[in-house]
Structure formats: C-alpha cells, structure tokens
Design a protein around this ligand. Sequence first.
Ligand code: HEM
Length: 485
Amino acid sequence: MAYGFIPNTLPLLIILLTLFITCLLIKLARRRSDSDVSHIRLKLPPGSMGWPLIGETLQLYSQDPTRFFSNKQKRHGEIFKTHILGCPCVMLASPDAARFVLVTQSHLFKPTYPKSKERLIGPSALFFHQGDYHARLRQLVQRALSLDAIRSLAGDVSALAASALESWDGGHVINTFEELKKLSFEVGILAVFGHLEAHYRIELKKNYGIVEKGYNSFPTTMPGTPYKRALTARRKLSEILGDIISERKEKKLLENDMLGCLLNSKDYKGQLLTDEQVADNIIGALFAAQDTTASAMTWIVKYLHDNPKLLDAVKAEQKAIQEVNERDGTNSESTLTWSQTRHNMPFTHKVVSESLRMASIIAFTFREAVADVEYKGYLIPKGWKVMPLFRNIHHNPEYFSDPHKFDPSRFEVAPKPNTFMPFGNGVHACPGNELAKLEMLTMIHHLVTKFRWEVVGSESGTQNCPFPVPMNGLPARYWKQVPSS
Ligand code: HEM
C-alpha cells in the first residue's frame, strides 16, 4: 500500500519541492541584495553631532576630554558619534571595538593626520601609510628596535640617563619634563644613528626644537610665524640628514642602527629607499620617541613622589641591583645590564605599566574609514574619522577596578585581552615600546638609587603639550644623596 501512495503523491511532492527551492532561491537572492545595500538600512551610532559646522568642538575643548568622552559613553554606550574639528567622528570605547578597528579590520581604516603636520614630519614617514609601503618600512623600523638590537644599547642608555640626571643635582628648581625631553632625544638619536658626531647632534637638536614648536601652531606660511619657521627648520633637518647619509654611503658603513636598516634595504625589485624616504622616517621616529617617553617618565617621577610607600619598594629593588654591581666592582654609570632591566625589576616593571595606564599618554588615536563599514549593526560611513579611546578603556572600572587609584599590584595579574594598550594595537602598534621601557626603567634606577626630590608648588592637574604632562612640567628640586658606606 505504501507503493500505491508514492506514485499518487509524487506530482504533489515535486510541486512542493519546486516551490520550496524557488522560495529558498528568492530568499537567498534577497539576502544578498540586502547585504549589498545593508549600509543604507543600517543606522548611525547614537550620539549628537552638535551645532552646524562646529559640531561639539567647543564642548570638547571646554572640559577634560576624558570626561567629555566618558559622559558620552555613559549616555550612549561603547560606540557613539560626534562632530569635532569639522569632521564627523565615531568614538569607540570598548576593547572589542578598538580591536576591530586596529587589528581585525585594520585594512578598512587608514591613518589620518592633518596635511600641515604631515608636511613637518615628512609625508613618507611610516605612520601616515597603509598597505605594502607601510609593511616594508615597519619591518625595517621594527628590526632596528627589536629586542636584539636594543639589548646592545642598554649600557649606553644607562650612561645617558646617569649623565642627564647628574645635572639636576643641587636643589635648584628644574622643569622635570623639559629635562627628560633632553634625555629621550639623546636616546632617540642613539637608536637611530648609533654614535653620532657632536656637531650633527647639536644641529639636529636645534632645528628639531624649531620644528616641534611649529607642530602645534596655526599652519600658516606667513613669514615670521612659528609654522613657517618650522618648515624652514624642517628643510634644514633634511640637509643635515643628507650630509649624514652621504657620509655613511661614502664610508660604505654597514651599521645595524635604524639609519643603517633604512639605507641598506632593497625591495623585491632591488630598489633602495630614496634619501627623502629615509629622512622622513628618521624624523618620524625621533618625533614619535621624544615627547611620549619624556611625558611617561615625568608621570613616573610624580607618581613615585606622591606614593612614598611605593617609592620605598622601588628603591629597595633598585638598591639591591646597585649593591650587586658594587660588589662585583662594576658599578659605573653604564653597568646597569640588559639582563637586570629584564629580570631583576619585577616591581618597577609594574610601576611602569601602572604609570602608562594611569597617564595614558596617547589617550586615543585617529583612523578614517576607507569604505562603509558595519560594526555591531551600526554604520561607520566612508570618510568618517574613527577614534579608539585608549584612556577611557584604561580608566573603565569594568577592566581596572578603582581605576583612579595608582596601584601597581593590579599588574600581578595580566590585564584582560585588548584592555591595556599604552602602545596601541595591531599594524600600527608602537615598534619603539621596548626601547621606551628600557629608558624608563633605567631612568628610575638612577633616580631612586642616587637622588631624593621634592615637587615644587601645589598646582596639580594636567597640561597637554600636546601629550598630557603634570602641570608646568612638574617643577621639582633634586639632591644627589651621599652613598652610605
Ligand atoms: C612611552 C613611550 C611611548 C608611547 C606611550 C608610545 C605610544 C605609541 C602608540 C600608542 C602608537 C600607535 C599609534 C596609532 O595606532 O595611531 C605608536 C606608534 C609608533 N611609535 Fe611609539 N610610543 C612610545 C615611544 C616610542 C619610541 C621610543 C619610538 C621609537 C624610537 C616610537 C616609535 C613609534 C613609531 C615609529 C610608531 C608608528 C608605527 C606605525 O605606524 O606602524 N615610539 N607609539
């Protein structure tokens, strides 16, 4: 009987099957066309675009930017839109969102800087680029700043830190940030050129200082303005670098420093980088290295000053290293070893991490969407700026309990993935992070083993120079302590 059922229902089944397949095909076709136009249906993230033209620029600049962003985050959640400095922006305040932009979908977001700033640093510097050129340059810069490369710099960095601090002695008031900038510039020069003749160092420093002053000024080419002076000094920097490069080429020196890595690299067609590309990347690296590291070190000095118990713990750790070096009879300025900075300073490492979290020197970064992008059901339109908010993530109690308390012990446990990004994340993450850490640890060693210090004045707060720095650069008096026999 069952056989009788099959022949009788077969046409019906075929009709039903045909209908089913047709419906399925229509649904699939609809879904595909849906995704083609999905961005049209997607909504923009929540938030306000403020006033016509000026957007919310005034609100941002009339208060602490972190508070501005965190108030918006409380109201709208991890992703919200705003309009600042003439640009529509999407802000991202969660680890997942930052990872989406900087790591997993980084090809959809390109770096973006004002043209006036690109001109001063040099348009071929790697951080303005994306894709093959960026990958090639990044590999070279990373090689020059790799652990292997900077291991050999530890002794020189130690000597530079010791001699920089030497001039602080005597109890006169110094601007801690400005002094630490001198150190971070010298360390930058060391990483880029190895040992560079003094006359080149002096000329580079002089002209770099003028470029720096113009960097955050109004970009007009009117004669006499800081920006115009900066452009002239930038041309002078290219000339000085041109001389250094010619000298290297003449002497056929094959150095492993950053300049050597850049000069000796050939692409797959056997092409060398042009002198201009080399110069732009050298200026770029010096620029990326100086204020960031100096600002981080200034905060470290402040946090240690404000937390005497933590200072005692750091001192104990560093004195133990000093004693070993004294016992071995190797206690000269340059004998803090690479191995000691890596293995004998566990607590100081946590102080550095906590300082980077608290201060969040790079509070956020900018990208620009190169296409319409969907994130968690929201549209990020092509051409909009996108800003992962590092500091808001670092100060979110969900990831760091009691976030405004300076507590290095929180780093006894590794932070949750993508919540701690002082050096960024993904394809543009900081290649200089190990050098910066070496410099910070070394500075701390010499400071706490040889000096006591007092911060001058009671003004607290932060100044943006443009990186956040303690108010007035942390004026302080430093005294060298007589070693106890
Ligand atoms: C405490 C010190 C430092 C901090 C907090 C810091 C932070 C950062 C951050 C957050 C980025 C990524 C920016 C983005 O994604 O848009 C970055 C990129 C970069 N940093 Fe650092 N940095 C420091 C020191 C240094 C040093 C010492 C050097 C070099 C000697 C350096 C060289 C660079 C370069 C070349 C880039 C661009 C990388 C690329 O675009 O691929 N930085 N830095």
